[in-house]
Design a protein around this ligand. Structure first.
Ligand code: HEC
Length: 159
């Protein structure tokens, strides 16, 4: 009996130990993820402002630039290069394969729940017509093109 109890105790100790190990791995993984996000945010903040001369924009893009400056750049930065309030949109994450033009329209109309970054949620931006949102998208795709994020403006972009 005593022997059996000793085995039971050893087994329990082993189980407790493996739970501890599993938990500390989980803690480590969580921390890594957090560090990754912190690094991404730093990278976004350090990113060189994407510069582009005005003459490289189409007329639609220029109209979009004005709307972007008035409605988006306080968070997404001048030239969509990011601020401490929001991510850069001239970024691989926002190329059309990941975020098509429709996702830009939805982001503006409904807001965005934070999922890629640690900046918090984006509130819906009111007061822009679909036509105006499309002008902003044209401006952003032209910026992405000029900064080698994309090779061509997607056909669905109303530039
Ligand atoms: C108050 C700050 C703020 C303003 C103003 C703002 N955004 Fe955002 N936006 C954010 C944040 C923060 C995110 C990132 C959410 C995340 O973690 O994925 C974001 C994400 C986005 C995304 C990505 C959507 C997705 O599906 O992941 C798009 C597109 C976007 N914004 C476009 C715009 C445009 C266009 C405007 C102006 C009309 C604008 N934003 C104004 C803060 C803002």
């Amino acid at each position: 009996m005593a022997r059996e109890r000793q085995w039971m105790l050893r087994l329990l100790a082993l189980a407790a130990l493996s739970i501890c190990v599993a938990l500390s791995f989980a803690a480590c993984a969580g921390q890594d993820e957090h560090e990754y996000e912190a690094a991404q945010m730093q990278e976004a903040q350090d990113a060189e402002p994407a510069s582009l001369t005005r003459s490289e924009h189409s007329a639609t893009g220029l109209a979009g630039e004005k709307l972007f400056s008035a409605n988006c750049s306080m968070c997404h930065g001048a030239n969509a290069s990011g601020t401490s309030q929001g991510p850069p949109l001239v970024h691989q994450i926002y190329e059309p394969g990941h975020h098509g033009n429709a996702s830009f329209v939805i982001a503006v109309a409904r807001g965005v729940r934070a999922h890629h970054w640690d900046f918090g949620n984006m509130p819906a931006v009111e007061g822009l017509s679909l036509d105006e949102i499309n002008q902003v998208i044209c401006y952003l795709r032209e910026l992405q093109l000029a900064n080698d994020i994309i090779d061509e403006i997607p056909a669905s972009t109303p530039c």
